[in-house]
Design a protein around this ligand. Structure first.
Ligand code: HAM
Length: 408
């Protein structure tokens, strides 16, 4: 065993998992593409400032979890911890606000957070996500949530539960933050050090805490959902109506706060009861101020991201093996070149074909073909035989052309 290992919190994808991931990627392309979302790719690293400004410098992600480094020119760069700020940057940089709105985009790729690794939580993980920019129509909120449900459903994720809420506008949230801060100040001795330390900057994060005293203190706390401005309540009501019309089961959870600062109005999370402590499959919401915060025009937007590894854990299907249709056994070494060409000819006709390439004995080759799960075997020796591995039936054919005609 080598003493070189992948870094902590990272993992290698081997072919069985690789196939399941590609299937999910194609499902995403189909599901989101049908709804008018186009694929977008942004760089794996960005200027650090994008995340400090966009995600918020009091969030865990920015405070503790970013992989940040200086390049040779002294510029601070960060491996992207999330995709929304980069997509907004690309929207502004490419003048997408001048295109017909909304601009609907989806993405898939690696993201990086320095978190304590455990089952379902990694330092490099994969997100699939979408962003719809340029409209505050509540149908976009509802459509995006339903698309996430469609994707999870198509992937076979089990025990899926949606929670939905609204945070109102930035102003509502500010006023509510002040009210909550005062409420928690009066109960300061019950709070965890962490929550107390953040009371000034971000009291809403108290709702994320597992600390028993903090949870007890929060029981009678004022609810943000009760403080929404009439137009935000109306917007949320419309989102809920459309989700009901779409047949989604969900819970309205007024304590739902997301770990990133850019959210306004609708927020949602989806978890799976099949997963352990890291139960969040995905989350998202509206971020009507982010594009402007990054220097673009006022642009309402909504989106989500989901963890690819977690979706596959919640689906936990059979490992996907790839059995060849045909395995070509070389019974006589002189037939090896013919096996090579027959495999190519079969593949060019769409048949998954493999041939002996490791010097096994005849018996070893047949065993190998069986282990691979090949449906049929061609034996090239003095003659040409085709064997059906299911029935065991075996017969001779006269020429390679006959074998090709029968197998392709
Ligand atoms: P997020 O909730 O931070 O949202 O991440 C979305 C999902 O990424 C999580 O629910 C989880 O499945 C997965 N994830 C996050 N961290 C890890 C990790 N360390 N290991 C494995 N999986 C992880 C966002 O990132 C927002 N950008 C979503 C969004 C898009 N909001 C609006 N548009």
């Amino acid at each position: 065993m080598s003493d070189v290992q992948a870094p902590r919190g990272t993992f290698d994808v081997l072919p069985d998992d690789g196939r399941a991931r590609l299937r999910l990627l194609h499902l995403a392309e189909e599901t989101l593409g049908r709804a008018g979302y186009g694929p977008v790719e942004t760089p794996v690293f960005e200027a650090t400032d994008l995340f400090e400004r966009g995600v918020g410098d009091t969030t865990d992600v920015v405070e503790k979890e970013m992989f940040t480094f200086d390049d040779q020119g002294g510029r601070s760069l960060t491996l992207r911890p999330e995709g929304t700020a980069p997509v907004c940057r690309a929207y502004v940089e490419h003048g997408m606000h001048k295109a017909p709105q909304p601009v609907k985009l989806w993405y898939w790729g690696p993201f990086f957070r320095y978190e304590a690794p455990q089952a379902g939580r990694y330092r490099q993980f994969t997100q699939v996500g979408l962003e719809a920019l340029g409209s505050d129509d509540p149908s976009l909120d509802a459509e995006s949530i339903l698309l996430l449900d469609d994707l999870l459903d198509g992937a076979g994720a089990r025990g899926v539960r949606f929670r939905v809420s609204s945070l109102g506008t930035a102003e509502t949230r500010r006023a509510y933050s002040d009210e909550l801060r005062e409420y928690l100040r009066a109960r300061e001795d019950q709070l965890s050090d962490d929550v107390r330390g953040r009371l000034d900057r971000n009291p809403l994060r108290a709702f994320d805490s597992d600390h028993p005293g903090t949870r007890a203190a929060l029981e009678g706390a004022p609810q943000l959902l009760d403080r929404l401005a009439p137009e935000d309540s109306e917007h949320f009501g419309e989102v809920r109506r459309l989700l009901d019309d779409g047949g989604l089961e969900y819970e309205v959870d007024g304590t739902l706060v997301r770990g990133l600062d850019y959210y306004t109005r609708t927020v949602f999370e989806v978890e799976s009861t099949e997963l352990g402590a890291q139960s969040a499959l995905g989350g998202g919401g509206r971020y009507d101020g982010l594009v402007e915060l990054l220097g673009g025009p006022r642009t309402p937007a909504v989106g989500w991201a989901a963890g690819v590894e977690r979706i596959l854990l919640a689906a936990a299907g059979e490992a996907e093996t790839a059995a060849p249709d045909v395995y070509i056994v070389v019974a006589d070494g002189a037939a090896a070149p013919a096996a090579f060409i027959l495999a190519r000819d079969l593949r060019s006709r769409g048949v998954a074909a493999d041939h002996e390439q490791a010097g096994r004995s005849l018996k070893g080759q047949l065993k190998h073909a069986d282990r691979l799960g090949a449906a049929r075997v061609v034996i090239l020796g003095e003659g040409i035989e085709i064997k059906d591995m299911g029935t065991g039936e075996q017969h001779a054919v006269a020429t390679l052309a006959d074998a090709l005609a029968e197998l392709a």
